[in-house]
Write a protein that binds this ligand. Structure first.
Ligand SMILES: [Zn+2]
Length: 871
């Protein structure tokens, strides 16, 4: 029975793979649950929200194209009751709405022949309290007054909560939306307002008909809002914020204008809507949503104040660069089904990062993303990982696709392909893809075909190894020398797994960028195993992942590693970073001893590359965490302080005029690790600065506040803790308030930590900051894992409520990863399983693998660290 079950599962996967993968988009073969014999062409939807009753009432008229004679019309609905359902004005014979299946079936008295028909009905539904469908968002204004607005969040499958519809991405249609709201409210949707009529206390607003689009991109926001606008090409860009805060959007507006212009050029296809609005929603959901022509953001991503940090400024640009890229990759061209979500997300991430890197070269944005690449490689190393393209059968699996593999691995793989094909050829391929699939849908094959046409190469052959196969390769390099000193390397590969577990095989076409010495890198595709290649002169440094662009690990033989270590200080920044990342990963995976990584640290010499030192600081912080409570802790901390102190001394506490963005960031990373390592000088200076800060807020720059206040909180006595708490509770600026509360959760004292946990749950957290609570409790895990776990366990419903779509993913994968030392593994696993359907088993396996991996790392590394210290 077990064997039969396994075989059946394999057959199922194979059939999904042949359907969804390897063919261009074709409506009839696009996966999905809705029958394709009836398709919507145009919707007219009128919605009347009742805020007091938290309900919606609506009227809908849908022009349909019937493709084959049918007696049933099936579409999505959730928590809605349909009445007066008519087909071409004839009452339906029966209407059944099934909330478990999220479907409504309209049965007709007579068979419906192929051709054009009209479905009409009235309905009632729910106004949501959480960000899915049409939801009510309460907030507190800076002056302390209360406000509320309505906004939407539809992706992936929640448009059906606002109005019944064919809620799958392949069912594109035009939409004409009408909403009735309080007369004093401003209203925003995908398209500009067409007509507006006031009647008493209410106003009815009809928006212009949208272009042909999927339902998950519909947007509506209404409230006491104000906008600022500017032209961009043939369109207008606007930013909406709660009245009184619109001036905080001036930087965001200039960014949007710039980015839209750049993308009109990059994609070779002008933004096709008359306007692009962005809406700063106070609270709502954590990130941003790329609704066509009306992008919604959590307001902290869009609004900047004098209290904002450089990181806030960078996020303002980078997140907009991601969301605006979606206006092409996602909105103009939509994935055919959620199994190709990466066509949306990997693309927007890659394009947004490239745009940010090009517009702000001083931010060194690709280098800054290296941590994200390395983190995705770490998840992808696990045996329970999944491929970028993955089968999606239902709403739950569609929501679960929004993970690190889809975003960060996807972005890295696209960058690797861009580097392999060359940026101009790659852009030409993207332009062909967008032109060919505009106002329609696409699969990965459509993309590979366009890139193949542009490059003349079999792109699919290389790309599919990375998108259809889970995991990543470890490339091994073995060098030999001839009598004249010319070096030949022999390259081989296997899947990179923890402790070289060989249960998971794999083979990839690996685009190598080989740099020997200071020569320009050359591309070589690793397809053989083994494969020999000339590689400069013996003794020269060597990288086969030059500039850290590839999504693979490399292990060099001892002689080559020694040459790389000798040339480390002068190596290209990316080559040095790749070697640090890989050697740390090899250490964590138990493939290489800790000493091989730590030998690279003194080899940094006088080099102060920020990402390299940030990587080292993070590794030392991990080791310090693993050492806590062991006899060797203090000796290790002393050794680690001796490594970091001289580097920090070169930066000092205060930034210099015109200092580079990543130097600001590195100063914080070094300060934070010295704080963790218990550096007395740093602790004393942080306290001194905090005393000044209490009198004058300019004493600690916004950029340094989270670090310095976190160090203060760690050593805080009750009086200091209370001063920091009062600061947080009284703060009007939402960004600063967030920083103060997060710092408070770094408290070291156990009794004060219990007080911190109560604060995280208390009513003093503003309604627009509901999302912050989970993060606050998560922060407590660092010093008080058992308390953090108990707080989460006992308040999980409330802490997870603001993330309705992501609750299963957070519960299964992130909670075991973050709370790994909060309780016995069995207790955590039992709790997680008890909250989730059986279908979540693969995700729970990922979370538990991460938990167990950290425990195994700790067990292996503590003796290794102690041996290194004693050496
Ligand atoms: Zn996105």
């Amino acid at each position: 029975m077990r064997t039969a079950g396994r075989a059946a599962a394999l057959l199922f996967l194979t059939s999904v793979a042949t359907l969804a993968v390897g063919a261009p988009f074709d409506f009839d073969h696009a996966p999905g649950r809705l029958p394709k014999d009836v398709v919507p062409v145009d919707y007219r939807i009128a919605v009347l929200p009742d805020i007091a009753a938290m309900t919606i009432s609506g009227n809908e008229s849908v022009a349909l194209r019937v493709r084959a004679t049918t007696r049933a019309v099936v579409f999505n609905s959730l928590n809605e009751k349909l009445t007066d359902v008519r087909l071409d004005d004839v009452p339906a014979a029966a209407v059944e709405s099934d909330d478990a299946k999220q479907l409504t079936t309209v049965t007709l008295a007579q068979p419906l022949p192929p051709g054009e028909h009209t479905l009409t009905f009235s309905y009632t539904g729910r106004l949501e309290k959480q960000p899915h469908g049409l939801f009510l968002q309460p907030y507190v204004n800076p002056d302390g007054s209360a406000g509320q607005l309505l906004s939407t969040k539809m992706e992936s499958t929640d448009a059906r909560r606002m109005f019944p519809c064919w809620d799958e991405p392949a069912f594109r249609a035009t939409f004409e939306l009408t909403v009735t709201v309080p007369a004093g409210w401003a209203t925003v949707s995908n398209m500009p307002v067409a007509t507006r009529t006031e009647h008493g206390a209410l106003a009815t607003v009809t928006f212009q008909r949208s272009p042909n689009m999927p339902s998950y991109l519909i947007e509506f926001t209404g409230g006491d809002l104000k906008s600022i606008t500017a032209p961009a090409g043939a369109a207008a860009v606007g930013i909406w914020a709660v009245r009184g805060r619109e001036r905080d959007a001036e930087v965001a507006l200039a960014d949007a204008q710039l980015i839209l212009g750049d993308y009109n050029d990059y994609f070779g296809f002008a933004f096709p809507l008359p306007k692009l609005d962005s809406i700063a929603v106070p609270g709502g959901f954590g990130g941003a949503m790329e609704n066509w022509g009306a992008i919604t953001y959590n307001d902290r991503l869009l609004l900047l104040t004098p209290d904002s940090t450089l990181a806030d400024r960078q996020a303002d640009f980078a997140v907009q660069a991601h969301e605006i890229a979606h206006q092409w990759n996602g909105d103009l061209v939509t994935m055919g089904w959620w199994d190709d979500l990466w066509l949306n997300e990997s693309f927007a991430s890659w394009r947004g990062t490239s745009e940010t890197d090009q517009r702000y070269p001083e931010w060194r944005w690709w280098e800054r993303q290296d941590g994200a690449r390395d983190g995705a490689m770490r998840s992808d190393t696990r045996l329970s990982t999944h491929a970028i393209e993955q089968p999606v059968a239902d709403e739950l699996q569609a929501a679960n696709a929004f993970d690190q593999i889809t975003y960060e691995k996807g972005q890295s793989v696209l960058r690797m392909l861009e580097s392999y094909l060359g940026p101009d050829v790659f852009r030409d391929g993207i332009r062909r893809y967008v032109r060919a699939r505009a106002f329609s849908n696409a699969t990965a094959t459509d993309l590979w075909d366009a890139l193949a046409a542009a490059s003349g190469q079999d792109v699919a052959q290389v790309a599919r190894d990375w998108t259809e196969q889970a995991g990543l390769p470890l490339v091994s390099v073995a060098a030999s020398c001839d009598a004249a000193g010319a070096r030949t390397i022999v390259l081989s590969q296997r899947r990179f797994t923890p402790r070289a577990d060989d249960r998971a095989p794999g083979r990839w076409s690996v685009p190598l960028r080989i740099r020997a010495g200071s020569a320009a890198p050359r591309m070589e595709l690793l397809t053989g195993d083994p494969q020999a290649s000339p590689a400069g002169r013996c003794g020269e440094p060597l990288s086969v992942n030059a500039d850290a662009i590839g999504f693979f690990r490399v292990r060099y033989d001892a002689a080559t590693l020694a040459a790389n270590t000798r040339g480390f200080e002068a190596a290209a920044d990316g080559d040095r970073i790749a070697l640090l990342d890989d050697n740390w990963a090899l250490t964590l995976a138990g493939v290489q001893p800790l000493g091989a990584y730590l030998a690279l640290v003194p080899a940094m010499g006088g080099n102060r590359d920020p990402r390299a030192w940030e990587q080292i600081a993070a590794a030392l912080a991990t080791l310090e965490h693993y050492e806590r409570g062991t006899p060797g802790h203090d000796a290790f901390a002393a050794r680690a302080r001796a490594i970091v102190r001289p580097v920090f001394a070169g930066f000092g506490w205060d930034s210099r005029p015109r200092e580079a963005a990543d130097a600001v960031r590195l100063r914080r990373a070094l300060l934070a690790v010295l704080g963790e390592l218990g550096d007395r000088g740093v602790l004393a200076e942080a306290r001194r600065r905090f005393a000044l800060f209490l009198k004058d807020r300019r004493a600690i720059r916004p950029d340094d506040q989270d670090t310095v206040l976190g160090i203060v909180a760690r050593g805080a006595d009750p009086a200091t803790f209370e001063r920091l708490h009062l600061l947080a509770a009284a703060e009007k600026d939402s960004g600063a308030r967030r920083r103060y509360y997060l710092a408070l959760m770094r408290v070291g004292d156990a009794a004060l930590a219990e007080r911190a946990a109560r604060i995280a749950l208390s009513a003093e957290i503003a309604p627009q900051d509901e999302l912050l609570r989970l993060r606050l409790v998560g922060q407590l895990t660092d010093r008080h894992p058992a308390l953090a776990w108990a707080t989460l366990r006992d308040n999980a419903d409330r802490l997870l409520a603001p993330f309705p779509k992501y609750t299963p993913l957070i519960t299964s994968e992130q909670i075991p990863d973050v709370y790994w030392e909060g309780a016995a593994p069995q207790e955590i696993e039992t709790w997680v399983r008890g909250r989730l359907p059986a279908e979540m088993a693969p995700n729970i396996a990922r979370g538990m693998e991460s938990l167990n991996e950290q425990r195994a790392e700790q067990a292996a590394l503590v003796p290794a660290v102690d041996a290194w210290v004693a050496r």
